[in-house]
Design a protein around this ligand. Structure first.
Ligand SMILES: [Zn+2]
Length: 238
């Protein structure tokens, strides 16, 4: 896995060269430039460095203080959050992802959305498919529960200007993998389903009945209740 900091500066350096190409065809880097960072004093566990035992130990440590935590239920929620975060970005509507992202990465996303809005640009992720996701790291330490979710997805990724001309990226879909890191305070517990509350949809303003997460029946936006507890803090392209 590439070091994120190097990758970031590398991306910035090549972005000024316009359309990203290499001898083997377009370089498949996302247009997205919001990566965030993990909570101060914590780190992102990863099966590549910690091994399977490290991951299993992390899940056991999380379940020790939160017996209701279930990997599969968690991954199903992450799939919803994934689409909310991507939808916020490609529709240029930061409100859609505010309840899902930690403040730093959300501010980064919001800033890039603003700059795209000013230029009349949009990022297009044609035929986005969520192929699979696994827990690729887990840790309960330094005041936080941290889970690294390895997401395999497929999409094109390109930017268009106000006249819908493609200005960078690749219009052909390809497979890509990212680690999405979710964190919550050590004191948090998995929300118990059962109590439905009425919340305002961040996209259309309708009142939506939400348990832990829900989809707005009027506009399909993700609506998150405080019961989910986990926030996306960092994204690493793998
Ligand atoms: Zn709605």
């Amino acid at each position: 896995m590439k070091d994120l900091t190097d990758w970031l500066s590398e991306g910035e350096a090549t972005a000024s060269q316009g359309y990203l190409t290499s001898a083997g065809g377009p370089l498949h880097r996302p247009s997205r430039q919001w990566y965030g960072q993990v909570m101060p004093g914590s780190w992102a566990p990863n099966i590549d460095s910690d091994g399977v035992d490290g991951k299993l130990g992390g899940v056991v440590a999380i379940r020790a203080h939160d017996p209701a935590f279930d990997e599969n239920v968690f991954l199903a929620q992450v799939q919803r959050l994934f689409f909310a975060v991507i939808e916020a970005w490609s529709a240029l509507k930061p409100a859609l992802s505010q309840g899902v992202m930690a403040s730093l990465i959300w501010e980064e996303q919001k800033a890039q959305i603003s700059s795209y809005r000013e230029r009349g640009w949009r990022n297009v992720l044609t035929k986005l498919t969520f192929t699979s996701a696994v827990v690729a790291g887990a840790l309960s330490d330094s005041g936080f529960d941290t889970i690294t979710v390895r997401i395999n997805a497929n999409s094109a990724d390109y930017d268009v200007d106000a006249d819908r001309n493609v200005i960078r990226g690749d219009t052909q879909p390809w497979d890509w993998t990212e680690d999405w890191i979710f964190q919550r305070p050590l004191t948090a517990q998995t929300g118990r389903p059962g109590t439905i509350t009425s919340q305002t949809c961040p996209n259309c303003g309708a009142a939506v009945n939400v348990d832990i997460t829900s989809i707005c029946p009027f506009c399909d936006a993700a609506v998150i209740s405080g019961k989910f507890g986990w926030l996306l803090t960092r994204i690493d392209r793998v």
